[in-house]
Design a protein. Structure first.
Length: 129
């Protein structure tokens, strides 16, 4: 199984993310779990951010840094450190707002889109025969 560092952009059909509804359902399930148990037991802000960005990508929406910090479920300073780590690893990239230079958006790289698409293909149950 290739790791994210060696995963190259896959053909379009292999990089196709699942429906935004499925990704949002996974996000809601994660939030529900955190509401029922101590949230820090399951803290995984990097994955929460990647899921939020994947859903937004599939919906054709942009995600601001502020919105991504909120989606992470951790304090803003912690979320900003995670964004920096994800950027350094080539999983996300920041894009300045062309109209308001004080604002920036975060988006998935092609490499992370391919990895997330592969993840959902691998964990999706096989159809019943």
């Amino acid at each position: 199984m290739p790791d994210i560092a060696t995963l190259h952009t896959a053909p379009a059909e292999l990089s196709k993310l699942p429906s935004p509804g499925l990704i949002r359902r996974v996000i809601r399930q994660r939030q529900e779990r955190s509401a029922l148990f101590e949230a820090d037991l399951f803290a995984d802000p990097a994955w929460d951010m990647l899921l939020d960005l994947a859903a937004a990508h599939a919906e054709g929406q942009r995600v601001s840094v502020t919105s991504l910090c909120i989606a992470s479920g951790v304090p803003t300073t912690t979320a900003l450190r995670w964004i920096a780590q994800l950027t350094a690893k080539g999983l996300v990239e920041k894009v300045q707002d062309a109209i308001d230079r004080r604002r920036a958006f975060v988006r998935l790289t092609d490499r992370s889109i391919a990895a997330i698409a592969r993840y959902f293909r691998n964990v999706e149950p096989a159809p019943a025969l």
